[in-house]
Design a protein around this ligand. Structure first.
Ligand SMILES: [Fe+2]
Ligand SMILES: [Fe+2]
Length: 336
């Protein structure tokens, strides 16, 4: 029987070699709020995020994923999830050092990505000047930058997207919602999505042929309306940034999307819309790109740069540009 163990993606730690430029971008262009600084890290949150932080920016030699933090459905579900992780052989042990939440159990997923799960959280308390007049809001929305309401999902790069999706389903009871194969090789699964809640995904899994474990593809934030995605594109352009892909609409999940990079190089996405999943016995839906899995408007092309993941693949067996040609099924399609 399906038992929900994880309730939501609570935070993601991003590594940046340009900490000050990244921080300026996150606070001024993205419009996130700073909660705290400690060591080489700055803790940030969107105005509608209820916990201490939803993003951690940590200085590091290269861009990449620090870790993803997930809250469980309750204290007993934390214990049950830990038992399953220990049984899977992927568990690493308890960690008491996290800021803004109680003790966390850390593990590496099958693609080599660092995760932690926890139940106890510190909730954000707005100072008087940031308090909202609406009692359900953790604070007033700032009139600054993109100002997404909340963190939406993280997409990881991994060598076996389908096997990873099954692992998250079977080990931690994520729901496996959708996946897409190549048009000509439908059994080569290039993208898979799993979710802990009613969204189409809060964890995306994109194909990574670099041979480097634990890479990040992008981090996504939620805005309330499709028009806000267009406004985000305008805001990023006016700040001197450039749009990598979009605005457009994904077939998988049916979200309106927009992708761009922050100064440290990490790809960010702004999302709105999409279907809702309330069925515990949802069966995974299979696509091929020609059906519009990546872009509903089918004949739009995705740039090869969208196949890059972080840290960059200089150290990989196959150089990233060649990798992009191999791994971008949408590019192959438009040549056909
Ligand atoms: Fe954490
Ligand atoms: Fe995404």
């Amino acid at each position: 029987m399906y038992e929900r163990l994880i309730s939501q993606l609570a935070h993601v730690e991003l590594l940046t070699p340009k900490p000050q430029e990244s921080l300026n971008f996150f606070t001024q262009v993205m419009g996130l709020e700073e909660t705290e600084r400690a060591g080489q890290s700055v803790y940030l949150r969107c105005w509608g995020d209820y916990f201490h932080h939803s993003v951690v920016l940590t200085e590091a030699p290269a861009t990449g994923l620090g870790h993803a933090g997930w809250r469980t459905e309750g204290p007993e579900q934390l214990e049950r999830a830990v038992a399953r992780l220990q049984g899977s052989g992927m568990g690493q042990g308890w960690d008491d050092s996290g800021r803004g939440h109680g003790r966390a159990y850390r593990y590496r997923g099958p693609g080599g990505h660092q995760h932690e799960i926890f139940w106890d959280v510190d909730r954000y308390q707005a100072p008087p000047e940031k308090r909202s007049s609406f009692p359900a809001r953790p604070q007033r929305p700032p009139a600054r930058g993109v100002a997404p309401r909340q963190l939406d999902h993280v997409t990881l790069a991994t060598k076996d997207t389908y096997a990873d999706a099954l692992w998250y389903r079977d080990t931690l009871s994520y729901r496996f919602t959708e996946y897409t194969g190549l048009d000509d090789h439908p059994d080569t699964i290039v993208f898979a999505m799993v979710t802990t809640n009613e969204k189409s995904h809060d964890l995306g899994l994109g194909l990574d042929l670099s041979g480097i474990p634990g890479r990040l593809h992008h981090l996504a934030f939620w805005v309330d309306a499709v028009e806000d995605v267009l406004r985000a594109a305008d805001t990023v352009m006016e700040a001197g940034g450039h749009i990598e892909f979009g605005p457009g609409r994904h077939g998988m999940g049916e979200q309106t999307y927009l992708y761009f990079r922050e100064p440290g190089g990490i790809r960010l996405e702004i999302n709105s819309g999409g279907y809702r999943v309330y069925q515990p016995d949802w069966e995974p839906v299979k696509w091929v790109p020609a059906q519009g899995s990546n872009t509903m408007y089918r004949n739009l092309s995705m740039p090869d740069s969208m196949m890059e993941a972080f840290p960059p693949a200089e150290a990989a067996a196959i150089p990233e540009p060649e990798l992009a040609g191999l791994a971008n099924p949408w590019a192959a399609r438009r040549e056909a």
